[in-house]
Design a protein around this ligand. Structure first.
Ligand code: MF3
Ligand code: CO
Length: 249
């Protein structure tokens, strides 16, 4: 069963999501050549604690850090390290925040200094695929309408979509039902209802879709070593349409 949240729950998810997006915009300002993802991780941890919240990822199935920082060919779940970001890199920062027992989850892929126009187009297309997926989060649509909107756009742009990782329900837990693939045909799966909250998160590759997990048990990379982008928002389905709870300008 896909959980339906009541007003009180939605308000708490909204608060957790607000902290999540504030955190991402704080981190965005810190990203430049020379900074390490471990430094970003420490800033994120301190920010979350100052807000009276908890990092949602730290300790989740043994994950060791506050953020996931996935550089270039790393798709998701990059563990922060003392490795310095350099001009031309991209870095996907994924953050989850728990506030008052409710969760927000969001990701942005940022450019480090100036990046190639080829990679810049990948970031734009991945963000656009997320936004097209969110547009389908309307009462009466079906779950796979979201998946189809995301996957068909990315594919038409000539990119490939990662299949092993998916979006998910979010709110009372970090991961709830349903799973939301970023590919597939439309018109299938459960009907969308007001009060559902989903984390929509396309992972899009410039090259082939195949991925592998490194020996650390977390880091997911593209097999062909080409760059991958990841954008994620926590979104409420309301009777007035989708509301992006992790919105930031
Ligand atoms: N946004 C990712 C997800 O929903 C982040 C999970 S990282 C983990 O799966 F450490 F919590 F696993
Ligand atoms: Co997520």
């Amino acid at each position: 069963m896909i959980p339906i949240k009541n007003k009180k729950e939605i308000e708490k998810i909204r608060q957790a999501s607000h902290i999540t997006s504030e955190l991402l915009s704080m981190l965005e300002k810190e990203i430049r050549p020379g900074i390490t993802t471990l430094e970003l991780d420490r800033m994120a941890f301190n920010f979350i604690r100052r807000k009276g919240a908890e990092p949602a990822f730290k300790g989740y199935q043994g994950y060791p850090a506050t953020i996931c920082a996935s550089i270039n060919e790393v798709v998701v779940h990059g563990i922060p390290s003392s490795f310095k970001l350099k001009e031309g890199d991209i870095v996907s920062i994924d953050v989850g925040v728990c506030f008052n027992h409710y969760y927000g989850d969001a990701t942005r892929t940022f450019a480090v200094g100036k990046i190639s126009s080829e990679v810049s187009r990948l970031l734009e297309a991945t963000k656009k695929s997320l936004d097209l997926g969110i547009k389908k989060m309307v009462v009466g649509n079906r779950l796979s309408d979201i998946s189809y909107a995301i996957g068909s756009y990315a594919k038409n742009k000539g990119y490939s979509v990662v299949r092993e990782f998916v979006g998910h329900g979010v709110g009372k837990e970090l991961h709830e039902e349903p799973e939301i693939p970023n590919f597939g045909s439309p018109g299938q799966g459960p009907f969308l209802k007001s009060g559902m909250v989903f984390a929509i998160e396309p992972m899009v590759n410039i090259g082939k879709r195949e991925i592998k997990i490194l020996k650390d048990g977390w880091t997911v990379v593209t097999v062909d070593g080409k760059p991958s982008a990841h954008f994620e928002d926590t979104v409420l389905i309301s009777k007035d349409g989708p509301e992006v709870l992790t919105y930031y300008g």
